[in-house]
Design a binder for this molecule. Structure first.
Ligand code: GLA
Length: 484
């Protein structure tokens, strides 16, 4: 990784093609910032998007996941302001309106069924650092920022553009306020901060945004947050393709409904198993730890305790011995209070089986099997993951299923939806010799009907490093600074 990007004086020697491309993005961002604010930015922060290889919808149940960071990123040029002012602009000003307020007066306005404004994700990051300063008893005046945002992560495509913006905001506001945090702390704080947008995500996106390393996927565990490199078979190539169905998970209640179904399922099993602490149990992973049993046993237990039929709110109130008001206020989020039926058994089964597949995925990667056998086993686990997301978790979409099918027909070892689902992207596993023909097949068979096909709708991934910060001088030299 070349630490030096010089946007004004041409490209630095020996840069990789990705670094050269990024230098051009920085060049544009630096110059736009200067003309917008009549002064240079102090820093530019770059936060990658991500793709998750396996372990979907289990991070918020405290199970581990296997994501990698992408080349696509959100970059933010910024500078401290006087009097706590917040000025948030996007380089694509046709599409994204600007926002002006102060650190004392800004607000995040959520409305049921309405997608948040793009800049509200940035405000989540501001609020995250504001909370931290308050917790630390800092009584001084919080500093504001002027920012210009640019991005190459397609929005609402399941590649974590929103979390990248929240993470970038956290870094920017932390830096101008001289708050020093480790990468792990930045990740945990960003995950908490993003919940101000109303979704109860689990922390995978923010963790990989900070903890990624170039060239490898990561195994990320939670509570406490930690990460390890995954050694993938040499010949493995992961291809990511957009299904062209988009989904903003903060706009509908489906994402939070899944989180709540998992929590209610955990609580009911805990109560039925006679755990003294059942009232405090919130996560399916925590439940397994409390019971001290294997994932296989959790799967059997789920099948014997939870019913196939959906649970009505009234049934849940009776089992948990709570009133409707208590259920609403202590258990459910504002956007899930009007949900009337909850599928507890199907969701819990997906979670325990997917957690098991993550363990199998890691053991295949670490095994001595021949490379081709490893690829087949990994592909099979990815196919099983997709089938489970489709039937038990019900978060797929026709376009995702068709794209998965198309990748399989193109010789992929396995393919699955990645990210929250209901639209967004698919990740497919292939090998080096088949990768280009897979791209061509999918272009011809899946994207053929789409007149606006652009080659960046489907691409081979190259695992990138986590968030990077560059300090910019008057001449536009931007040097990478360490984030630890
Ligand atoms: C979203 C959330 C993550 C995770 C995935 C599904 O991206 O932000 O925390 O739950 O969905 O795996």
């Amino acid at each position: 990784m070349n630490p030096c990007i010089n946007p004004l004086e041409g490209l630095v020697e020996n840069q990789s093609p990705e670094e050269k491309k990024y230098s051009q993005e920085v060049h544009k961002l630096f110059n736009c910032f200067k003309s917008l604010f009549s002064s240079k930015p102090d820093f530019i922060v770059k936060v990658p998007g991500r793709v998750n290889l396996i372990g979907e919808h289990i991070d918020y149940c405290r199970y581990s996941v296997c994501p990698m960071a992408l080349e696509q990123n959100i970059s933010v040029a910024f500078k401290q302001t006087e009097n706590g002012e917040l000025n948030i602009y996007n380089i694509d000003c046709q599409k994204y309106v600007d926002y002006h307020s102060t650190v004392d007066t800004f607000s995040i306005n959520l409305e049921d069924g309405v997608a948040p404004q793009w800049y509200e994700y940035f405000l989540c990051g501001v609020k995250g650092i504001q909370d931290l300063l308050k917790e630390q008893g800092d009584t001084g005046k919080m500093r504001g920022v002027s920012v210009l945002v640019s991005g190459t992560i397609p929005p609402s495509a399941g590649l974590s553009s929103s979390s990248a913006l929240v993470c970038a905001a956290v870094i920017a506001v932390a830096l101008v306020n001289k708050v020093l945090l480790s990468r792990s702390d930045l990740a945990s704080l960003s995950a908490r901060a993003e919940r101000y947008i109303g979704t109860q995500g689990g922390g995978m996106d923010q963790a990989i945004a900070f903890l990624a390393s170039p060239g490898c996927a990561k195994h990320i565990e939670f509570h406490p947050l930690r990460s390890q490199d995954i050694t993938l078979p040499d010949d493995a190539v992961f291809v990511v393709g957009q299904s062209l169905a988009t989904k903003n998970k903060a706009q509908s209640s489906e994402f939070n409904t899944r989180v709540m179904e998992c929590r209610l399922g955990a609580k009911i099993i805990a109560k039925k198993k006679g755990l003294e602490c059942w009232k405090d149990v919130l996560y399916l992973g925590e439940l397994q730890a409390q019971l001290g049993v294997s994932l296989e046993e959790m799967i059997e237990m789920t099948e014997s305790i939870l019913t196939e039929e959906s649970y009505s709110k009234q049934q849940i109130e009776e089992i948990l011995e709570v009133t409707e008001e208590e259920l609403n206020s202590a258990f459910l989020t504002p956007n899930t209070r009007s949900v009337t039926l909850f599928k507890l058994r199907q969701r819990a089964l997906h979670v325990y089986e997917e957690a098991h597949r993550v363990a199998q995925f890691l053991s295949v990667c670490a095994s001595d099997s021949p490379a081709d056998s490893k690829l087949r086993q990994l592909g099979n686990l990815m196919n099983l993951s997709h089938a489970s997301l489709q039937s038990l978790y019900e978060c797929s979409h026709e376009a995702l299923d068709n794209l998965v099918e198309c990748c399989i027909q193109a010789g992929s070892y396995g393919a699955r939806l990645t990210g929250a689902g209901w639209g967004g992207c698919v990740v497919a596993l292939t090998n080096k010799s088949n990768a280009d023909s897979l791209l061509k097949h999918v272009e011809e068979h899946f994207y053929s009907a789409n007149a606006n096909f652009k080659s960046d709708l489907i691409f081979k991934t190259k695992p990138q490093p986590g968030a990077q910060v560059f300090r910019c001088d008057e001449n536009g030299d931007c040097q990478m600074v360490t984030l630890e």
